[in-house]
Design a protein around this ligand. Structure first.
Ligand code: 5GP
Length: 219
């Protein structure tokens, strides 16, 4: 005789879990922004942590979507009021992660994507290591990186050279990350980044709904 199916069946996707802070870093030109956009478009459970910056908007960038754009005085005020999780000087401007509602949303199971540099990653780690997962994306070769930076179009060789130097400085922080993925093929790199995210969601310590669930199983 087969027993009737329980009306309380559950898979791990429906159990309550804690959200995570998923950090993507890379030197500019390694494809991080494209991967971040694909992830946000394909995965409803993660949303972008929109940074605050003193850099002026580029063409096509929208206030509140890509960044919150503020002037120096506005940024100073936020620093004074302790409004940032982390902030750093990057390429002559300041960038920071506003605290906003992140802590409460993590508790509710919301995941956040952070497109931040190594300085921000170190600070988030110090503040909240448990909720942080960091991925560093490397270019397949230094020539490919140069090619991608040149491919952007209008910049002079001097500017490209200084970007290359910055890229090498950024790359030197690769060993501070939990995961490192080489972007020699965008689709494969994206698939790997998604796998990392999904596996990290399944970490026992994040699945806060397991305790009551297993208690029921073992009654
Ligand atoms: P971009 O000006 O090209 O958008 O970004 C320049 C660099 O600043 C990128 O490496 C990006 O990851 C980093 N960045 C953007 N937002 C933040 C932030 O909130 N904190 C930190 N530490 N870095 C950021």
């Amino acid at each position: 005789m087969t027993s009737a199916p329980s009306d309380k069946t559950q898979d791990s996707d429906t159990l309550h879990r804690r959200g995570l802070m998923f950090i993507l870093s890379s030197p500019s030109g390694a494809g991080k922004t494209t991967i971040a956009r694909k992830l946000l478009a394909s995965d409803e459970e993660i949303k972008l942590s929109v940074s605050v910056t003193t850099r002026p908007p580029r063409e096509g960038e929208i206030e509140g979507v890509h960044y919150h754009f503020v002037d120096d005085a506005g940024f100073d005020r936020m620093v004074e009021e302790d409004d940032f999780y982390e902030w750093a000087h990057v390429f002559g401007h300041r960038y920071g992660t506003p605290k906003g509602h992140i802590r409460n949303a993590l508790k509710d199971g919301q995941d956040f994507l952070f497109d931040i540099d190594w300085q921000g990653t170190q600070q988030l780690y110090q503040k909240d290591q448990q909720d942080t997962v960091s991925v560093f994306i490397l270019p397949p070769s230094i020539d490919a990186l140069r090619h991608r930076l040149e491919g952007r179009g209008t910049d002079s060789p001097d500017i490209i050279d200084s970007r290359m130097e910055r890229a090498k400085a950024e790359i030197s922080h690769w060993a501070e990350y939990d995961y490192v993925v080489i972007n020699d093929n965008l689709e494969m790199c994206f698939a790997k980044v998604s796998e990392i995210l999904n596996a990290e969601r399944m970490r026992r310590t994040r699945q806060t709904g397991l305790i009551p669930f297993v208690r029921e199983l073992t009654l």
